[in-house]
Design a protein around this ligand. Structure first.
Ligand code: RNT
Ligand code: ZN
Length: 411
C-alpha cells in the first residue's frame, strides 16, 4: 500500500498522518552514548561495576573517543528526527593531565560539546557513581565514610557545572541525571542511615547555584542491582519524594520496577504532580537486563501515555540499554527506531474516540476498535517519515557495510 492510501485510511478515523509525522520529527530522543562501548568509558580501567552488567563479546567495541564518535555518527545517519546525545562523566576526554571524578571540568568535555554543536544536537549528562575505586563497599553518596561521601558530592557538583556548560554551548537545556548504585547484597541492619546520608549528599549538591532554565536535575530510582539484591538506597519512594520536595525531575527507567509493574501506568500520576518527568527506555528480560528496546507492547504503551497526556513537551525521553552480543551500532539503531516507531504509532491513535468510549463505559466497542487499529497500515506512514527525513529504510545493509569497513578493522 502506498502512503496516500494509508493517509486516507487514517483520515477516515479522524487521524492526520501529516501532523503525526511532523510532530514525531520534532520530538528529541536522547541517545545514550554507552551502548557503543559496553558502559566502560575513558577514565577507568575498564571494569563495569555498580550492579549493572553487559553481556556478550561481539567484535568492534569502540575503545577510544574517535571510535565512539564515528559509531554515533553512523547511528545518527540511520535514525530519523531530532536527537540529543546523553553522556556519562566517565566519557571525559583528557588531552593533557587526567582529572579524577571530583575534579572534572567543562574542558574535559569540550570535544563532546564541539561534536554536538557541529551536529545541531543538545546534550544530556550523567555523573558516574560506578566503575571507580572510590566506590567503597558498594556505596557512594550514602557512604558512612565521610571521605568517600565527600568525594562523590564533589563529583555531583562538578557534573552540574558541566551540564550548565553543555546547555550554554548547545543552546538546549541539559538534563543531568543522578543514579547511584548504592545498596546491600544482604538484609541491612540500618535502612534509614544510608538514606539519610544520600539525602544530605543530594542537598549539598543542589546547594550550588545553577541556571534552572538551562539545567534540569533528575533522580533515577531502582529496585535492585546484581550483588545488591536486598536493599537499594535510591528506591522509588525515596527518589519520588525527594524530587517532589526539591522540585527536581523524577526519572523512571522501565527496567527498575518489579516485572508486573508498568511504567506506562505511572506516567499520568507523575505528570499530575511534576512539571517535568524523565524516562530511561530499556527492555528488561526477567530482570533489569537492559536488552535492546523493541517496538513492543511495553514501549508502545509508554509512548501512548505520553501522547494521550499531551506530555511530549514535558518528558525527557532517553534510551538506556547495553547489548554486547550483537552488532552494537545495530543495537543502538534498533532501539532508537523502536522508540520513534512507538511514538509515531501513538500519534496515530484516534485517542479522542477511544476516550469517549471509555467515558461512555462502552468497553465492548473499545476492545473492538483497538484490535481493528492494530491492522492499520502503520508501516507505510513510517516509511514515508523515513523518506522525508532522508533516513535509509534498510538499515541492516548499512550496518553490515559499516561493520565490514570499520568495526572489523578494530580487532
Ligand atoms: C542503571 C541505571 C542507569 C545506567 C546508566 C549507565 O541501572 O539504569 O541509568 O544504566 O547510567
Ligand atoms: Zn537508567
Amino acid at each position: 500500500m502506498s502512503y496516500s492510501e494509508a493517509k486516507a485510511k487514517y483520515a477516515a478515523l479522524g487521524v492526520d498522518t501529516e501532523a503525526a509525522i511532523e510532530k514525531l520529527l520534532s520530538v528529541p530522543v536522547s541517545l545514550h552514548c554507552w551502548q557503543g562501548d559496553d558502559v566502560i568509558g575513558f577514565d577507568n580501567g575498564g571494569g563495569l561495576t555498580g550492579g549493572i552488567q553487559t553481556t556478550g563479546n561481539y567484535p568492534g567495541r569502540a575503545r577510544m573517543p574517535a571510535e565512539l564518535m564515528a559509531d554515533i555518527d553512523e547511528v545518527l545517519r540511520l535514525v530519523p528526527g531530532r536527537m540529543k546525545l546523553n553522556l556519562h562523566a566517565c566519557y571525559a576526554i583528557f588531552s593533557g593531565a587526567r582529572a579524577d571524578r571530583d575534579a572534572l571540568r567543562p574542558e574535559h568535555f569540550a570535544p563532546w560539546a564541539e561534536f554536538a554543536k557541529a551536529r545541531g544536537m543538545g546534550l544530556d549528562f550523567n555523573p558516574t557513581f560506578f566503575s571507580h575505586p572510590m566506590v567503597k563497599d558498594n556505596l557512594t553518596l550514602s557512604s558512612p565514610d565521610e571521605t568517600v561521601r565527600r568525594f562523590w558530592v564533589e563529583h555531583g557538583k562538578r557534573c552540574v557545572e558541566i551540564a550548565e556548560y553543555f546547555a550554554s554551548e548547545t543552546g538546549e537545556p541539559c538534563l543531568v541525571n543522578f543514579w547511584i548504585p548504592d545498596g546491600y547484597k544482604d538484609i541491612p541492619a540500618d535502612r534509614i542511615g544510608p538514606r539519610e546520608r544520600f539525602k544530605k549528599s543530594l542537598d549539598e549538591i543542589l546547594s550550588i547555584p545553577y541556571d534552572k532554565d538551562k539545567v534540569f536535575i533528575s533522580l533515577e530510582s531502582k529496585v535492585f542491582g546484581i550483588g545488591l539484591e536486598s536493599y537499594t538506597v535510591g528506591s522509588a519512594e525515596f527518589c519520588l519524594s525527594y524530587a517532589a520536595e526539591k522540585g527536581i525531575v523524577p526519572l523512571m527507567d522501565n527496567g527498575h520496577y518489579h516485572p508486573t509493574e508498568q511504567v506506562a501506568d505511572k506516567i499520568s500520576s507523575l505528570l499530575l504532580f511534576n512539571p517535568r518527568i524523565a524516562l530511561h527506555l530499556t527492555r528488561g528480560v526477567r530482570w533489569d537486563s537492559d536488552h535492546v528496546v523493541l517496538f513492543d507492547d511495553e514501549t508502545k504503551e509508554i509512548a501512548r501515555e505520553l501522547v494521550r497526556c499531551d506530555a511530549l513537551g514535558r518528558a525527557f525521553i532517553a534510551t538506556d540499554y547495553f547489548d554486547a552480543s550483537i552488532n552494537r551500532v545495530s543495537a543502538w539503531v534498533t532501539g532508537v527506531r523502536s522508540v520513534k516507531m512507538a511514538l509515531l504509532s501513538a500519534l496515530l491513535e484516534p485517542s479522542a474516540e477511544l476516550k469517549h468510549l471509555q467515558d461512555e463505559a462502552d468497553f465492548t466497542a473499545l476492545m473492538v476498535r483497538r484490535e481493528e487499529q492494530k491492522l492499520l497500515p502503520f508501516g507505510d506512514v513510517w516509511e514515508e517519515l523515513l523518506r522525508r527525513a532522508g533516513t535509509p529504510s534498510d538499515y541492516l545493509t548499512e550496518v553490515r557495510n559499516y561493520e565490514r569497513e570499520v568495526l572489523q578493522k578494530r580487532i
